[in-house]
Each structure stands twice: as structure tokens, then as C-alpha cells.
Design a protein around this ligand. Structure first.
Ligand SMILES: [Zn+2]
Length: 159
């Protein structure tokens, strides 16, 4: 059994837009899957990641969301400033993908190959009816496309 029994106790999303999009996704997930998710998910937040999610690192700059293991349950951190550049469908895809990770017990079971976990999460999110964006694949491509015309900063050339 999970720590909490209902969505209002795991959902801690401050952004109005992300909260609404999360609810959209939740409504579309089959009831039985929702029951399983509530057993495996501790919380979903967009403002209070644990200290070990490195927000200032290069990695996180490219991250829309991350699912991690917290006290033997899955926890999802939505990076709202990065998700702000995605359209609603893309954000729903990201949320569904992260929920699929939690459903599949990925965050607390690191024994599965990382690439396989991304494929499995994408497949499950798609079975729930979402176009899923695994961060190993499409999610990075999306980032690159959106930032293709950015002016590079801190670029140094060494000869
Ligand atoms: Zn993923």
C-alpha cells in the first residue's frame, strides 16, 4: 500500500497551467491504473524538489521533468520553467511519461536498462492514449529544436 490514498494528497503543483494539464492526464488514465499509481507514487511537485535533484546542473537545464525514488516510492518533479515552452499536448505527453515511470516502478528499481525504461514508459503512456516523450529521445530533440536558434553563451574557442 502506498502512503496516501487519493490524488489530492500526492498532487502538489503550484502552477495553474501544470495543475490543469496534470488533471487532464489523470482523467484519461484507466481507473485500475490510477489505483496502482496511487500505491506507487508519493508526490508530484513543481516547486519543491529534494536536494539531490540538481536544478542548476547542465542536465537539469535540458529537463522537463524527472521521476525519482523517494522513500521507496516514486516522486515526480515537473520543471515548470522548462515546461513553459511546450504546448499543452506536449506537456500532457511529458506528464503521462513520468506517471508511466512511476507505474512501472522504475524510480526505485534501477536494475532495468535505462534505455529500456524509457521505451517501456513511452509504450505505457501511449497505451493510456498519450504521445509520450521519453527524455532519452524525443524530449531532447524537442529541446534542441526549440533552442536551435539560440545564441550560444559562454562559448570559448580554443585553438
Ligand atoms: Zn523517461
Amino acid at each position: 500500500m502506498g502512503k496516501y490514498g487519493n490524488l489530492s494528497e500526492i498532487k502538489d503543483i503550484q502552477s495553474e497551467r501544470l495543475s490543469r494539464l496534470f488533471d487532464d492526464v489523470w482523467k484519461r488514465i484507466p481507473p485500475r491504473s490510477k489505483g496502482e499509481l496511487l500505491k506507487r507514487l508519493w508526490y508530484v511537485t513543481d516547486h519543491d524538489p529534494p536536494f539531490y535533484v540538481p536544478l542548476s546542473s547542465e542536465d537539469t537545464k535540458h529537463l522537463y521533468a524527472r521521476t525519482y525514488c523517494d522513500d521507496d516510492l516514486g516522486a515526480i518533479f515537473l520543471v515548470s520553467e522548462n515546461l513553459a515552452e511546450l504546448d499543452d499536448d506536449e506537456v500532457r505527453g511529458v506528464i503521462a511519461h513520468e506517471l508511466a515511470h512511476a507505474y512501472l516502478d522504475h524510480p526505485c528499481n534501477a536494475h532495468v536498462d535505462e534505455q529500456q525504461r524509457e521505451i517501456d514508459a513511452d509504450n505505457l503512456a501511449e497505451r493510456w492514449g498519450f504521445e509520450s516523450y521519453g527524455e532519452m529521445g524525443y524530449i531532447f530533440k524537442m529541446w534542441e529544436e526549440k533552442h536551435a536558434n539560440d545564441t550560444p553563451n559562454d562559448t570559448t574557442t580554443a585553438q
